[in-house]
Each structure stands twice: as C-alpha cells, then as structure tokens.
Design a binder for this molecule. Sequence first.
Ligand code: TXA
Ligand code: MG
Length: 324
Amino acid sequence: MILSQPDESGIRRAAEFIRSGGLVSFPTETVYGLGADSMNPMAVARIFEVKGRPFFDPLIVHVSNIGMASGLVDGFPDKARLLAERFWPGPLTIVLPKSGIVPDIVTAGLPTVAIRIPDHRVALDLIDFSGVPIAAPSANPFGYLSPTKAEHVMVQLGGRIDMILDGGACRVGVESTVLKIQGDSVTLLRPGGLEMEEIMDLIGPVESGAGPDVESPGQLPYHYSPDSPVRIVEAIDEEDLEIKNAGFLFFKKPCFPYPPESAEILSDDGDLLVAASRLFSCLHRLDKSGKKIILAEAVPEKGLGLAIMDRLIKASKKVRNETE
Ligand code: TXA
Ligand code: MG
C-alpha cells in the first residue's frame, strides 16, 4: 500500500491504479472516499469486498464536471440542473434515472444513479487524470465511522487497498446531502454537508425520505457507528462525569471542569460548521480509547446540525449483542 502526498506525481500514480482496476482512497471536502473506475465492474466489486459492504447498497459516482454527469443519466430535470449549477462542486449528491452505461453493480441494480462533483482539488485532478467517473463510498468498513483524515483510512483499510492520497483533514467533515430527483419531485435521502435551508431557498419544498421503505441504505437505522455504544443526552452535566469508563462528546465547552483525556469538544462556542468538521475525528478518538459508553450531547437540528444529529442517532442505534 502506498501512502502519498497529493502532488501531481502522486495523483498521476493514483490515476494509474484507478485505470488498471485498483482501489485508491482520496480526500474530498466531506470525508475520504474509496475510489475505483465506475465503468469497471470487477474494480467496483473490490470496493464492496474490502468494505464488507452489502451489494444492495449503491455507490456514489464522482465526476469533475456537469457534462460528465450528463453522460451517466437519462435526462437532467430542471431542478437537478439548478441545484448542480449552484452547488457543484460541493457536498451535494443527486440521484437521477441512470443511463445504460452505468454498470448495475454501481447502483445495486437500481434504475437510478447517485452523482456528485466533489469540491476538492485532489479529487477533481484524480478524476481528470483517470479519465473516468470514479465510484466511491466513504473509505471505512461498512457501518463504521467515516474517515476524515488519511490516518483513519490507514488504520481501518490500510493494507487492503492500493494507495491513499493524504490531503489532510476534510473541511466539511460529514458526508454529502443526498437528494433524489424524479421529474419535479425532490426527496431528501440523507441530510449532509449542504444545508437543507440553502437547498429549499433555491428549489422550494423537499420531501422527507424517511419512512418504512428504505430507499437509500444510508437510511438504515444504524450506521456510522463507533465500537463503543453511543447514548445521546440533551446536555452532559457534572454528575455524568462520575459514570465509570465513559467518554464524553460535548457540543460546546462546558462551564465546569472535565477530564480532558475522556472528553472531546465539538466546538468551543457551539459553531455547527466547526462541530460537523470535527464530529468523526472526535468520535474516532473517543472510540480508540475503548470506553464502555460514549455520552454525546444533542446539537440544534438546524443547518449542519441536522446532519450531525442524523449521524449521532444512527451511531446510537447500532444493534449490539449482550456480550459486547
Ligand atoms: O460525501 C460523500 O457523499 C462521500 C464522499 C466520498 O463523496 N461518499 C459517501 O458514500 O458518503 P457512501 O457510499 O458512504 O454513501 C452513499 C449514500 C448511501 O446512503 C447510499 O445508499 C446512497 O448514497 N445512494 C447511492 N446511490 C443511490 C441510489 N441510486 N439511490 C438511492 N440512494 C443511493
Ligand atoms: Mg459511508
């Protein structure tokens, strides 16, 4: 496995791996992706194998421009075009009816394909140097926390993939917002790095995708989970610090003394942008210390708070057996 700086020669080397059916982890503005040539079903199959991801969970295809996206879909409805022109490159994934060239393994047999243009120079260069759209889920074992640093990928998947491009910490820190667009109707499949308020300002109301039929496996009730169980509380107070072998995820800096070795603060002054960017790395650190439980403070469910709460709720719902 090669760990490389994301300079031109590093990215060209990574593009060689992509072109020859290999797997490369690369930084995006949201989280690190695990990329393969989306037009090569064997390479895409390796993504599922390495992640332990069920084949019913489709992948996002990453492109570097809207023209490249158009080749993968069967028509681009007006609302999709408006969104793409305003928010791409950026943390928005659009699910549209797919064209015949997208292999079924990428879309898990669905008639739709998820597409986004990441807002990261390294990701865009990698796509351009490879010359193909890159299928990439987040670079973590299925169900575990997403990686926001190269070292997270290294620990979780290193040795099983060909190369990691180290682009430092991801700016946004939570995965993209996923919207499904059918004609004029828009459905939210996963809250994420692009705020719903911004989306609705542009195109009006968006239906909530939550419901009994799981349209997007990212909506499975558990996901994004550390090994330690997570419990969400309105506020962590001083008495909670007595709980034995617990880790604490504060939203804001508490006004009482706390044990720094078992606490993480998402944002000193409660800034949701900062909190989102630190969420997964704080959870990674708490999880590494093998706590029996992680107490996580709820955050306001507006702006990026929606995505943060979605990830915390999913982490707290992981099914565990008694012996764990
Ligand atoms: O920010 C991100 O989106 C990152 C970076 C690497 O781009 N990628 C990411 O991929 O989070 P992944 O595979 O971890 O999550 C993709 C989500 C899943 O919830 C998947 O079920 C959904 O997108 N998805 C993909 N294709 C879909 C489709 N055709 N219909 C409905 N949902 C789809
Ligand atoms: Mg993921």
